[in-house]
Design a protein around this ligand. Structure first.
Ligand SMILES: [Zn+2]
Length: 95
């Protein structure tokens, strides 16, 4: 999957997502903070949900700090915060 992040398709998607979110971290925004986003995060982890790898509905812009809080550094699983985002956007996938 590491190669995926080097593809043209992903690079284009990533920059579209950051632009869509006005380069602001969506997690910080929930707390009324404006922080520059640098990462497009897959709310549905790429390894488990490859079908959503380029689906804008499942991608959110995050700052580096918030992104680190979405993944457990040791197990690489989503943290509670990460799982919350999965839950939060799941209604978007129902139509
Ligand atoms: Zn943030």
């Amino acid at each position: 999957m590491a190669n995926f992040y080097r593809t043209k398709q992903w690079k284009r998607k990533r920059s579209n997502i950051l632009k869509r979110d006005e380069y602001q971290c969506r997690e910080c925004k929930r707390y009324g903070k404006v922080t520059t986003a640098t990462i497009a995060h897959h709310c549905y982890p790429l390894d488990k949900y490859p079908e959503y790898k380029l689906d804008s509905r499942t991608l959110i812009s995050l700052c580096g700090t918030c992104h680190n809080q979405m993944h457990d550094r040791i197990t690489d699983e989503l943290t509670d915060k990460g799982l919350k985002w999965m839950e939060r956007i799941s209604p978007l996938l129902n139509d």
